[in-house]
Design a protein around this ligand. Structure first.
Ligand code: FAQ
Length: 330
C-alpha cells in the first residue's frame, strides 16, 4: 500500500530489543501479526510492543486534549452563531477522542492519573502543531481542514494495525475527524472566495501553519527512531515520509485549486517517482517545539494543569467510597 516504507533490513533494531523474549512466544506473536490478527489486552506481547503502544497512544491522547485548546480560543469569537455551534461540537469531539485513547492506553496497564501527570509535568510529548497560536479565525479554519486531514491520513492507515483497542478507537475517531475536515474545508473555501481581506487572512494563516504541518508527520524516515519497530509490528502502517507524501498528494492540489499558495518554491510532485519534493522544513525548530520550547508550550500546559486542579473535587466526589474516605484503622 505504501511506496517507500522504512525498513530495518537486517532486523538489527528489533533483534536487539527482543533479545530477552521467549523465542517461541515471540515467533507465535509475529506470525499472528503477519497474518493480520488483532492483538488483544490479555494476549502475550513483547515488552517493547507494550511500551511502544503506551508511548504512542498516550501521546496521541494528549494531542487530542491539548489540540482542543488553539481552536477552543475561537469559540467565544467565532463569526456567527452557527459557526460557534459547529466549533463547540468539534472541540467536544476532540476531547472525546482523548478519552477513547486514554481508555485504549489503560488496557496496557498505565493509569489515567499517571498519564495525566506525565503530561502536566512535561514528561510526555504531544503533537508539535498544538504549540502554535491560533491568531485569527482563519487559523482555526486551517487547523480544522489541514491538521484534521493530516490526522486522518495517519489514523486511517493505523486503524488497520495490530492492536485491537487502538484500532477500534481509531475507527470511531476517523469517522468524526472526516466531518471536522469538511467543516474546516468549508470555512477555508468561504474565506478564500470572500473579500480581499478574508483571502489575505487565510493565505497568511496557511503561510504560518505550513512548516508545523510538514513537521506533523514526524522526522524524515532516516531519522525516525521508532518507525522500524512500529512498522514491523504493524502499529504504524506507513512511515513518516509515506504519510507526509500521501497528505501532500491529497491536499496540495486542493489548496492550489483555491488559488492559494504555499510558502515553498520547491514544492512539486516528481511524476517519475510519484513522490513530492520540497524544501526540508527546519527540523531544529521541530525539536525545540516538541521538547517544550515552542511559542505556546508553557501556556498549553498551564491551562491543562489548571483544569486538573479545578476538576479535582469532581473526581473526588465520583470516587469509590473506599478511595474517598480514608479512615484511620487504628
Ligand atoms: N509532534 O521515531 P519517531 C490530531 C516525536 S491528533 C510531537 O518518528 P514515531 C487530532 C516522537 O514522539 C495528532 N512529537 O516517532 C486533532 C519521538 O519522541 P519520543 C497526533 C513528535 O512515534 C486535530 C521522536 O519525535 N497524532 O491532530 C512528532 O515513530 C485538530 C522521534 O520520532 C498521533 O499521535 C510530532 N508531530 O512517529 C486534534 C497519531 N513526530 O517519544 C485537535 C499517532 C514525532 O521518542 C485539532 N502517532 N515526534 O520522545 C503516530 O502516528 C506517531 O507517533 C508519529 C511519530 C507519526 C506522530
Amino acid at each position: 500500500m505504501y511506496g517507500n516504507a522504512y525498513v530495518d533490513p537486517e532486523n538489527k533494531i528489533v533483534n536487539s530489543i527482543t533479545a530477552n523474549e521467549d523465542p517461541i512466544k515471540l515467533a507465535e506473536f509475529e506470525s499472528r501479526i503477519a497474518a493480520g490478527d488483532k492483538i488483544e489486552p490479555m494476549d502475550w506481547m513483547p515488552a517493547e510492543y507494550k511500551k511502544q503502544l503506551v508511548r504512542m497512544i498516550e501521546q496521541h491522547a494528549h494531542s487530542e486534549i491539548i489540540g482542543a485548546l488553539p481552536e477552543g480560543t475561537w469559540i467565544t469569537r467565532a463569526p456567527g452563531f452557527r459557526r460557534k455551534l459547529a466549533l463547540m461540537a468539534k472541540v467536544q469531539d476532540e476531547i472525546g477522542h482523548g478519552q477513547l485513547l486514554y481508555s485504549a492506553a489503560e488496557t496496557l496497564g498505565k493509569s489515567r492519573e499517571a498519564m495525566t501527570n506525565d503530561l502536566i509535568t512535561g514528561k510526555s510529548k504531544y503533537s508539535n502543531v498544538f504549540n502554535y497560536p491560533a491568531k485569527t479565525w482563519a487559523d482555526s479554519a486551517v487547523i480544522a481542514w489541514l491538521i484534521d486531514a493530516g490526522a486522518i491520513v495517519n489514523q486511517l492507515a493505523n486503524s488497520k494495525g495490530s492492536y485491537g483497542p487502538y484500532c477500534r478507537a481509531l475507527d470511531r475517531i476517523c469517522a468524526e475527524e472526516s466531518f471536522h475536515l469538511k467543516y474546516g474545508h468549508d470555512n477555508v473555501v468561504f474565506l478564500a472566495t470572500g473579500t480581499p481581506v478574508q483571502r489575505a487572512m487565510v493565505q497568511d494563516a496557511l503561510n504560518r501553519w505550513w512548516e508545523p504541518i510538514m513537521h506533523f508527520f514526524g522526522p524524515p524516515d532516516k531519522e525516525s527512531i521508532h518507525s522500524a519497530t512500529l512498522m514491523r509490528w504493524k502499529v504504524k502502517m506507513g512511515s513518516n515520509d509515506d504519510m507526509r507524501n500521501m497528505f501532500l498528494d491529497m491536499y496540495v492540489p486542493k489548496i492550489w485549486d483555491l488559488g492559494l499558495t504555499l510558502p515553498d518554491e520547491n514544492l512539486h510532485k516528481n511524476e517519475e517517482t510519484g513522490r513530492w519534493e520540497y524544501t526540508e522544513p527546519n527540523w531544529e525548530v521541530f525539536k525545540q517545539v516538541i521538547n517544550g520550547n515552542g511559542p505556546c508550550n508553557k501556556e498549553r500546559l498551564a491551562v491543562r494543569r489548571k483544569a486538573e486542579e479545578n476538576g479535582r473535587w469532581v473526581r473526588k466526589a465520583l470516587a469509590k467510597p473506599s478511595e474517598k474516605y480514608v479512615t484511620p484503622l487504628s
